[in-house]
Design a binder for this molecule. Structure first.
Ligand SMILES: *Cc1c(COP(=O)(O)O)cnc(C)c1O
Length: 354
């Protein structure tokens, strides 16, 4: 704390990302990265961009990328907003679309960046408890609100919500923006993007960090009615004209175009997840049904924090959230390669003594 800080900074509680250890040879299952790596076509496009052209600013509107996203999802470029990771896209959404008189609503157990943005932009919020089984009850989101946001599948539970329920929510809240953060949708959920045509209050957020294995490139986007997108453009153009650099635009366009790499790798993750769930269940773990590239699990007889430490001693890192209390006995484990998951299961077999 310093007397030079502004009041808003004094009051911030920043988000703490999962650690990125410098040690090699760790089995890193703590930040939901994709083990298969980016599309080779994306890497080639990035390499092709390295040269003299870097002396020039990139396209401030990243038109090529908006077009590639629009082509992939069957919308128009005016319905697409792109940003420096979906975290930046979300930040602009909180300021541009969710800051109103009424508090916004999100689940009590969800992506922990949401309350952080509320702190930064002074957005009022109210959390809505998940059901006992960690599902989102859309009936609980009918109270007056300034907007609604949650991930589908939810994080860190991995539980998906059916599209019909999202439609119910949209119908019940015609005066609020409903933001569906689909960071993990490609691993088994059903995207709400086709509903954008019919619901001018729906905004769907995607990232290239997870299913396209480009966490290091920092690219995310939002799809919604052109009027919602315009609000985000106004915020972006009041903040940073060039959030996406030339390498990011080139790589992201190629990644969106390489449907084959996208499909094989996301299917590989899904297959490995199903095996991991079966193996952990056999060891006595309870696993929340997951449609993500991670699972959320507890062992009724073993303390989660101790298990996470024991895994770390075996060079495997997973994520454990101490708070909120309700999830303190759970571990969030990223689905790695088959070999990584086999090593994880072997280590947990020792730890739980099964
Ligand atoms: C990973 C994640 C993001 C952020 O993704 P980036 O594009 O890497 O910033 C957003 N929302 C949820 C729920 C996530 O898990």
């Amino acid at each position: 704390m310093s007397r030079y800080w502004s009041d808003v900074v004094k009051g911030l509680t920043p988000y703490v990302p999962g650690e990125q250890p410098k040690l090699a040879k760790l089995i890193k299952l703590n930040t939901n990265e994709n083990p298969y790596g980016p599309s080779p076509r994306a890497l080639e496009a990035i390499r092709g961009e390295v040269g003299e052209s870097l002396k020039l600013y990139p396209d401030p509107n990243a038109e090529r990328l908006k077009q590639a996203v629009a082509d992939f999802h069957g919308v128009t470029p005016t319905q697409v907003f792109v940003g420096n990771g979906s975290d930046e896209v979300l930040a602009h959404i909180f300021l541009g679309l969710l800051k109103h008189e009424q508090p916004i609503l999100f689940p009590d157990i969800t992506y922990s960046f949401y309350p952080v943005y509320c702190g930064l932009y002074e957005v009022a919020f109210k959390t809505v408890p998940l059901a006992e089984d960690f599902s989102i009850r859309v009936e609980d989101y009918t109270q007056p609100n300034g907007g609604i946001i949650f991930p589908n599948p939810n994080a860190p539970t991995g539980r998906p919500l059916e599209l019909a329920k999202i439609e119910t929510l949209l119908k019940a809240n015609p005066d609020s923006v409903v933001v569906i953060d689909e960071a993990y949708i490609d691993f088994g959920g059903e995207t709400a993007i086709p509903l954008v045509k019919r619901y001018p209050n729906l905004l769907v957020v995607h990232t290239l960090s997870k299913s396209r294995s480009l966490a290091g490139l920092r690219v995310g986007f939002a799809v919604g009615d052109a009027a919602l997108i315009e609000a985000l453009e106004r915020v972006k153009n009041s903040f940073n004209s060039y959030p996406l650099d030339r390498l990011a635009i080139a790589g992201a366009v190629a990644a969106m175009e390489d449907r084959e790499h996208f499909d094989t790798t996301r299917k590989a993750v899904i297959t490995t997840r199903e095996k991991l769930v079966a193996d952990l269940t056999a060891l006595g773990f309870e696993v929340i049904p997951s449609a993500a590239n991670f699972i959320f699990t507890r062992h009724p007889q073993h303390d989660a924090e101790k298990s996470a430490l024991a895994l770390r001693q075996r060079s495997i890192i997973v994520r454990h959230f101490k708070a909120p209390q309700r999830i303190a006995q759970y571990l969030r484990i990223t689905v790695g390669t088959d070999d990584e998951c086999a090593a994880l299961v072997a280590a947990l077999r020792e730890i739980v003594g099964a």
